[in-house]
Each structure stands twice: as structure tokens, then as C-alpha cells.
Ligand binder design. Structure first.
Ligand SMILES: Cc1ncc(COP(=O)(O)O)c(C=O)c1O
Length: 409
């Protein structure tokens, strides 16, 4: 059945000319996308040198492996033998897939081991696993907000958190990026209007497209002073920032939920939420995104557990990456680019124009570097950027050739 749009024609046989088909709005939206905003899927294969080799049809045009400055596998664990062996052993022992949700028959020993190990590492009472960070964020917002809640979220939070707010039915206000005085003003106003209203503050500890972090201690005490819950997404910080890579929320008691993913520094896939026993029980009893989905695949859980063990045994991996990121910031600034903000391994070079970002990405690719040209709608219009990700496997001495390939700002 079509949706009636006045003045529109369609050419579907058997459908009246003035009746639009379901696909018309999709076709229109696609036709309106400018060339420089179009996305395409390319296939890559990890290379033994730690880079990525184009696969499929792209292999003909990009035959040499590229140095990987685009992936979020910050510590280079995705191809680490310890993770590969752990995943293979779990697959043989517990199956490729879990076959059911956690509450039916999908819970495996490796799920419990990983949840307990993460809870101990992070100093939180309860951890629950999810198949992805996107889903964990939906669950987290729905646990902490309902349609009577006012959510105060950093302007640049991840899309999954915004979808969570929409699903919860809460009202949303966005505060200026990492601007705690703007947040405080809004919290004061909200409390003046309604002393008993449920409030939720949402932020991230390392913003993936900016490389910036809030003052998490100040954020947590601000939320606490106003009786607001705090959800902190640590997707990009865990494994790299905070004591022993435990994130910037580590040691802060007044964070209601921490969200983490295994798809980045953990080199695996899947995600988790960490909090106190009460919110853990609530999630177990009520959360749709936890209950109505197939449990995290056992090989992925086993690989995440192996990654956690490596992070604990070798904290110097993350520490060295942070020191190197500071040297890169200094080198990039000395080459005339604005200093990439923040302190982690995400080093965005602000370019502004979408087409220029694409051209720089292409120029670097021709010189052997894979980077991400990040454009709207991922970032606000006029702020396109080249996102450089400093990763552990990147050979020492890479910065100077990279800057030479980049040319003058
Ligand atoms: C800040 C942030 N949160 C959550 C997610 C989602 O994590 P996952 O890739 O595990 O779905 C991402 C990944 O893009 C992210 O950048």
C-alpha cells in the first residue's frame, strides 16, 4: 500500500500515478546527497605488517598495504595471538554462537568470567554484557530515564545515546561540548523548575571525533549535587586512558552507569554496562536490549577476556601510546596544523570543507596511509576533519613521513 503524496507520480505498474510508493522518500533522499557526502563500503584485510590490505575489487587500484591510521583497535589487539587462541578455544568449547538469549539458555561460563573480571577491574558491583555498544547505550539510557525525565547531554554524544533518549521518551537538552558551566546552569534551572524531577546527565570520557575529554570528576560531582544520574560512555577511553587503562571514570563513585565496548581497544566485539547491584538487577529484570537478543558470541567474549588480561599484564602498552600521542600532537603543531585537542590517541586535523577532507584522505592513501575523512552528519557542517588514530602497531618514525605526505596545512 502506498502513501499518498499530492503532486507526486510513480511508475510502478498497477499503482495509480498519484500514489507514492514506500521507496520514493528513500530515492529522493539518496538523490539529494551531494557527492562529497556519499559513503561507500570498502573491504580490507589485516596485513602481517600491522596495516590493512585492500581486498576485493579495490585490490586492483590499491595493491600495497596501507598503514592503518583509521581503526579504533588502539592497542593492536585484534590480531594478537592471545586473543585469536582464546577465541578459537572458546569456539571449540562453547560454540560459535550462544544460540539463545542470556536468560533462556545462552549464558556460557565465559560470559560470567568476563563480567566478574570486568567488575573487579573497574571496581563496580555489577557488569552485564551486550552484543554491541550501540545496544548497551540504548539499555543504559532506558534504565536511567523515562518519559518524565529531563536528559542533559553533551552536544556531541554518540548517535546510539541519542537513539536511547528517543526510545526512553525523555525530554532532551544538549549542553555545550565539555562545558560544565553550561551544564550547571541547566541543572540549576531544571531543579528550580522541578525539585523532584528525574534528571540524567550523559557524556563520554573520550569523544571519538574530537579527541577531547570532560573533567570527569567535576562532571560526576555536579551531577551528584543536583541529584542527577550520570551515564558515562567510556567506549574510546577504556584500555588507554585512566589508571591502567581503566577509563576516566575509574574511582568516581557517583557514576550511575559506565558503558564500554570491546570493539575498540579490546580488539574484539560486544560491549558491557557497569554499575551498582541495583541498576544491574534492574537491567536483568527489565532491559529489552539485554533480554531480547542472542547472547554475545562466546569467541568474542573469550577474546575480550584475553584482551583484559593483556591490559592488566602489560599496562605499558596503553601508557606508551599516550606518551607517543603527546609527541605526535607536538609534531603536528610544529608542522603548522592546529594542535589536535585532548590527550588520547585520537588526533583529528580540522579541515572544515568536506571536499578538502576527502581530497586529503585520497592524497594520503596514495602515499600509503589509511585515514578517515569525517564529514557531516557525523560532525557538524563546516567541521569536516581528517581523523588520525595513533595505534600501537604503527612503526616508530611514522610521523615525519606522514606530515610530508600531508603537505602544508
Ligand atoms: C562513543 C561510542 N559509543 C558507543 C559506540 C558503539 O559501540 P559498538 O561499536 O560496540 O556498537 C561507539 C562506536 O562507534 C562509540 O564511538
Amino acid at each position: 500500500m502506498g502513501i499518498r503524496l499530492t503532486g507526486r507520480l510513480n511508475s510502478t505498474p498497477g499503482v495509480a500515478d498519484d500514489v507514492a510508493t514506500w521507496s520514493d522518500p528513500l530515492a529522493q533522499a539518496l538523490a539529494q546527497l551531494p557527492q562529497e557526502r556519499l559513503r561507500a563500503l570498502r573491504s580490507w584485510q589485516p596485513h602481517t605488517d600491522g596495516g590493512l590490505q585492500a581486498a576485493g575489487p579495490d585490490a586492483a587500484t590499491t595493491p600495497a598495504p596501507l598503514k592503518d591510521l583509521a581503526s579504533n583497535d588502539y592497542l593492536g589487539l585484534a590480531c594478537h595471538p592471545a586473543l585469536q587462541q582464546a577465541a578459537a578455544a572458546a569456539m571449540a568449547r562453547e560454540g560459535v554462537g550462544a544460540g539463545a538469549s542470556r536468560l533462556v539458555s545462552g549464558s556460557r561460563p565465559v560470559h560470567t568470567q568476563l563480567e566478574e573480571a570486568l567488575a573487579a577491574w573497574l571496581g563496580r558491583e555489577r557488569v552485564l554484557l551486550f552484543p554491541s555498544g550501540f545496544q548497551a547505550n540504548l539499555a543504559a539510557v532506558q534504565a536511567l530515564a523515562d518519559r518524565h525525565t529531563l536528559v542533559l547531554a553533551d552536544r556531541l554524544i554518540h548517535h546510539s545515546l541519542l537513539v536511547g533518549v528517543q526510545a526512553s521518551g525523555a525530554r532532551l537538552q544538549r549542553f555545550a561540548h565539555n562545558d560544565l558551566s553550561d551544564l550547571e546552569r541547566r541543572l540549576n534551572m531544571a531543579r528550580r523548575d522541578s525539585p523532584s524531577r528525574r534528571l540524567l546527565v550523559i557524556s563520554e570520557s573520550l569523544f571519538s571525533m574530537e579527541g577531547t575529554s570532560p573533567d570527569v570528576g567535576a562532571l560526576a560531582s555536579l551531577a551528584e549535587r543536583h541529584g542527577a544520574a550520570l551515564l558515562l560512555d567510556e567506549a574510546h577511553a577504556l584500555g588507554v586512558l585512566g589508571p591502567g587503562g581503566r577509563g576516566l571514570g575509574h574511582g568516581q563513585r557517583n557514576i550511575s552507569l559506565i558503558s564500554g565496548t570491546f570493539g575498540k581497544a579490546f580488539g574484539s566485539g560486544g560491549a558491557f554496562l557497569a554499575g551498582d547491584a541495583l541498576v544491574g538487577d534492574w537491567l536483568l529484570q527489565h532491559s529489552g536490549p539485554f533480554r531480547y537478543t542472542t547472547a554475545l558470541a562466546p569467541p568474542l567474549a573469550a577474546a575480550a577476556l584475553a584482551a583484559l588480561e593483556l591490559m592488566q599484564a602489560q599496562p605499558e602498552r596503553g601508557e606508551a601510546l599516550l606518551k607517543r600521542a603527546e609527541r605526535w600532537r607536538a609534531g603536528i603543531t610544529a608542522a603548522g596544523w592546529p594542535r589536535p585537542p585532548g590527550h588520547g590517541p585520537i588526533l583529528p586535523l580540522l579541515v572544515g570543507d568536506d571536499r578538502r577532507a576527502m581530497a586529503l584522505q585520497q592524497q594520503l592513501e596514495e602515499a600509503g596511509w589509511l585515514t578517515g575523512a569525517i564529514r557531516p552528519p557525523t560532525v557538524p557542517p563546516g567541521t569536516a576533519r581528517l581523523r588520525l588514530v595513533l595505534r600501537h602497531p604503527l612503526p616508530q618514525g611514522s610521523l615525519m613521513p606522514l606530515l610530508a605526505a600531508l603537505g602544508a596545512p
